[in-house]
Write a new protein. Sequence first.
Length: 135
Amino acid sequence: MLRYLAGEHHPQQALLARAMWMASDGRSPIGYVAGHLTRRFGCDGELQWIYVVPPYRRTQIGSKLLGFLAEWFLEHEARRICVDVGDDEARPFYRRHGAVELNRHWMVWNDIGVIPESSAPAPRTGAGKRGAKER
């Protein structure tokens, strides 16, 4: 991962802009997500890795991590995002978050902006506030 983040490991057609987030339980890492800009399969970006340790799966950690990466892609004007699905158990997770089949081994978000709001990170300011009622 260090070589990947330093730009020394290059997946096929990867561009240099890369990002990574790690989740922890306060003591230990419990998950991570990483991605980069690319031109593979006509995509703008690629989800390189996402992993959550088994005891924390199905707790929204993966969804939150995916939301952070999706936000980064959108900030870099990357909307069409692909992911190599090496583990068929991951397909339902990606499908639930709006990805569709690209080919036998890959899935794609034709617009990463479709990731459900529940996956996106909570706003950093003003969370929980509501605007005035419309009349």
